[in-house]
Design a binder for this molecule. Sequence first.
Ligand code: UTP
Length: 293
Amino acid sequence: MISKLVIPAAGWGTRFLPATKAIPKEMLPIVATPAIQLVVEEAANAGMEDVLLITARDKQAIENHFDRSADMEAFLAARGDDTLREVLINISQLARIHYVRQGEALGLGHAVLCARDHVGNEPFAVALPDDLIRSDDGCLSELLSVYKKYRCTILALQRVPKEKLSSFGVVSAHRLGEGLWEITDLVEKPPPEQAPSDLAVVGRYILEPEIFSALETTGPGVGGEIQLTDALRVLATKRRVIGWEFSGHRYDVGNHLGFIKATLEYALDSSLGPQLRDYLTELCEQLRFRRYD
Ligand code: UTP
């Protein structure tokens, strides 16, 4: 079965400047948990024990986060706070975590290619920490179930309003069943009128190792970056590629509004929920009378 997950986390995070001047974007917290930890938890829940993080210079905070922190643990123990101490220890036990550096941020496709030596010649999963997906079973678990049946490349798909398609990779596909698509082609960030469908690829993938040779010969695409979509397009001409419309809700925490929405929804489901609900109800009441001109 698939045990390896690759998390590309070497991007610049320019949309979150100035916060990301000194803090990796992936470490920005959703309430009190860094976004990247939520993705590693999703992998652990799906039974994936081996996580490779693609990082970069100035991203050491990510490594520190998944490491033990003897001083902090000792401090909490001395204070008698065993619950919080356990929380910290558990983070380092979520998975066997490995790191590879992407020397230059040449694009998502290039980041995935950096995983080649670690992954070897076996299928593997990729999850983008920008995309948080809340669902009962977890999106990676759903993709693994589809993989078990079809044994090929599986992409998570989401229907996206036409005017937003130009921010995504978009597929040409024919329907195989409820939520299940046979993908024949892909295009990265198409102008809305040229989008082949309203089905966008989002940040969860099961990839066959053949993707690496496709990536090796992929030149810069949209935005001058080596795009995973372009390599998937080559792969789709040679191998079967299936799309799965996952269940649950996706938050694009790589942009401000998506980040705020995720924060609110995760907080509403936490112990803060009742207080936050009261506050939001009060705020909505006030907004009805506020003028914004
Ligand atoms: P994004 O394009 O959303 O991330 O890439 P970014 O470049 O960090 O963000 P902005 O646009 O500058 O704000 C999606 C994922 O791919 C990773 C990013 O870290 C993010 O998790 N990535 C992107 C890499 O690992 N390497 C790259 O060269 C590009």
